[in-house]
Each structure stands twice: as C-alpha cells, then as structure tokens.
Ligand binder design. Structure first.
Ligand code: 1CP
Length: 348
C-alpha cells in the first residue's frame, strides 16, 4: 500500500493493508437515533433531495464509529425519477405506472445527471468537503436488472413475478430496457465519480432470483455494460450480488474489482471460485449483531478467517443493517475487526 492511500481503497485493489477495513451497508439509517431525529422532520424523498441533509446523515455514522468508508445517502430508484418515472417511497419504492410494453420502454428518457439529479452531485461535493481524508466516499446505483424488477413489478416483492415473466415473454424488449438502464446508470455513476465519489458500487439485490442462464444473459450482460463504461474512471468498482451462491463462477470475468457477498456463501469458497484477481466484501449475517458480545466476536473472527488473511477483503454485513440493531453492537464489531486483523489473527 503506498503511504497515504486510504485502507479501504487499497483493499479494493487487493493491495496489502495494515488491518481489514470495514463499512456497513445502510450504515446511515434508522438504527441511529440521530438519523431518526432528522427523519422526524422530513420525508425520505425530501431528505435525498436536500444536499445539506443527505450529506449530514451520510456523515452521522462516521462520527460514532471508526468506519473505513462512507456511502452516499440516496436510493437506487432516485435517478429513475430523473428519467421521468413517477414513484413514491412507502417506504419501499412504488412505481405509479409499471413498465410492461415496448411503447413504455421507448418513452423513457436518457438520464442527464447534471440536469436530472443535480442534488445527488451536490451531496457528493458536500460530503467530500467534510469527510475525513482517510474515509473514502462510495457512490452507488442499482444494477440494471434490480432496477428492472421494480420498474416492471411496480413495487417490492419476494418473487418479482411480472419482471421475471417478462424476460421469457418478450426477451428482446427486456434487453432493450436493461440496456437503457445500463447506459443511464453508467452516466449516473460517471457523474458521481466526476463529483468526487472515490469508489462506485452496483447493488444487484434481486439477481439471485434468476437461474444461471437468465442471470448471465440479462442481469450480468447489463451490469457488464455499465461497468465497462466506468473502467476508465480509475476508481474501484464493486458489484454486490445478493443470494448469489449459485452464480459466483459467472462473476470471475466481470469488470468489477470487488464482489460483495451475502452471508450465505463462505468467503473462502467465493474467493476460490472468483480467483486471485478480485477482492471480496462482506459477509457477516446482520442478525449476528443481536448476539452476546462473545458470540459476535466469534462470528466476526470466522468471517476474517474465511477471508483467509489475504489482501483484498473489505469487511461488511452480507446485507443492510436492520433498523432495530443496537448501535453499541456496531461499535464493538468495528473494534473487533480492526484489532483482530491488525494482529494478523485469526486469518493466517
Ligand atoms: O422511509 C424510509 O425510511 C425509507 C427507507 C429507505 C432508506 C433509508 C429506502 C427506501 N432507501 C433507503 C436508503 C438506501 N437505499 C441506501 C442508503 C445508503 C446506505 O446507508 O447504505 C441504499 C444504499 C439503498 C439501496 C437500495 N434501495 C437497495 C439495494 C440494497 C438492498 O437493500 O438490497 C434496494 C433494493 C433499495 C430499494 C428500496 N428503497 C427503499 C426500501 C425500503 C427498499 C427495499 C424495498 C424491498 O425490500 O424491495
């Protein structure tokens, strides 16, 4: 690691680090009383559209915990509003007119980030001006297929029946919509990097619903389109795949530096499947934060051990932190990860 490179960025690139960096998906959120105090006064949507407030809640967890990265406070659906999609957060995203026809796909506008989502770019500038230098800012977007699930399905769902049926009933139209979303997210993430985001992450929360051939043909092809367009930005690219245990072998050739892994797959297995060129991020079960301190410690050590004491591991949860988590458990987790990994145990 060259001196001065933040530990999180070095780990993304697979360089040796003095300790394993940690950040937590949804680290700005309802489990923090200071976040709830802000949300008591404004709606979620107003919060994401007011740069001073979105920057403030992004910074809140950094004041409490020695986290190694910040993540922009926004939502994966926010840029779609800029493309002419009407939606509300209830609290999950609900699309007023789900996209089901070729005409609806052709009517979608391309995204022009500076005009359509200037508040996101301004939020990034404010965070960069205020965040500690050794805590890089992660920008993010929804992966095309995950956005497709909400756009076609219309609302949160366990199975996303309408979206998955669409892949089979009109595969060409599905690819057209996915390509459109892939290009929009490439523009969106590129603008985030230009505004100061130091790593870019795609959330593929629903890719794990697909069988391997459909995952490859629809979800992965679209994600690849987005990531390839971002390669030249020179910032680490992270692809988080939820419920991906049957799909990891397909990710070895993806243009991402880091693969985010849910808690169902042991990191050792994932690393073997991905090969040496990729870093991994994860993958503690969010439920482990409810365990007694010694159990949490044991579980965190197990994740470090699975990661193998090799460079290229960023500690995280396997999915977003739950709203009723005790913040003190997060403080303990951050300390455990830093202390154990700095001592070189129990990885080696
Ligand atoms: O009213 C409220 O409190 C709104 C709740 C909320 C919040 C706090 C939503 C609606 N989005 C967010 C913020 C958010 N969403 C962040 C913040 C940055 C952070 O600290 O991590 C991020 C990264 C997201 C990303 C997101 N949104 C994902 C991908 C990650 C994941 O959870 O798998 C997904 C799938 C969404 C959709 C969404 N938006 C909101 C909700 C409640 C949901 C999930 C709906 C569902 O279960 O289908």
């Amino acid at each position: 690691m060259s001196s001065g490179t933040p530990v999180f960025l070095a780990a993304c690139r697979g360089e040796p680090v003095p300790y394993t960096p940690i950040w937590i998906m949804r680290q700005a959120g309802r489990y923090l009383p200071e976040y709830r105090a802000v949300r008591a006064k404004v709606s979620f949507e107003a919060l994401t559209r007011t740069p001073e407030l979105a920057a403030e809640v992004t910074l809140q967890p950094l004041r409490r915990f020695a986290l190694d990265a910040a993540i922009l406070f926004s939502d994966i659906m926010t840029p779609l509003q800029g493309m002419g999609i009407e939606l509300t957060f209830e609290p999950g995203p609900v699309v007023r007119e789900p996209i089901r026809t070729r005409a609806a796909i052709e009517a979608l506008r391309p995204l022009a980030p500076e005009q359509d989502v200037p508040f996101v770019l301004e939020t990034i500038r404010l965070i960069r001006a205020a965040a500690p230098r050794n805590v890089p800012l992660i920008g993010f977007a929804g992966a095309p297929f995950t956005l497709f699930c909400y756009l076609v399905g219309g609302r949160p769902s366990k199975e996303f029946e309408a979206a998955r049926a669409f892949l089979y009933s009109d595969p060409q139209a599905a690819v057209r919509l996915l390509d459109h979303l892939a290009d929009a997210m490439a523009a969106y993430l590129g603008a985030q990097a230009a505004a100061g985001a130091q790593a870019l992450m795609l959330f593929e929360s629903w890719g794990g619903l697909l069988a391997p051939p459909q995952f490859e043909h629809f979800a992965l092809a679209a994600a690849r389109r987005t990531l390839s367009a971002l390669r030249s930005r020179g910032v680490p690219l992270i692809y988080y795949l939820n419920q991906g245990s049957a799909l990891h072998e397909r990710l070895a050739a993806l243009e991402a530096d880091v693969i985010g892994v849910d808690w169902r797959s042991p990191l050792g297995t994932v690393r073997r499947v991905l090969g040496a060129g990729k870093a991994v991020q994860g993958n503690l079960d969010p439920a482990a934060l409810f365990a007694a301190p010694e159990v949490l410690e044991r579980e965190a050590e197990r994740v470090l051990r699975e990661a193998g004491g090799q460079p290229g591991h960023i500690f995280n949860l396997g999915h977003g932190i739950w709203p009723h988590t005790d913040p003190d458990a997060v403080a303990r987790l951050v300390d455990i990860v830093h202390e154990r990994s700095a001592r070189g145990e129990p990885g080696a």
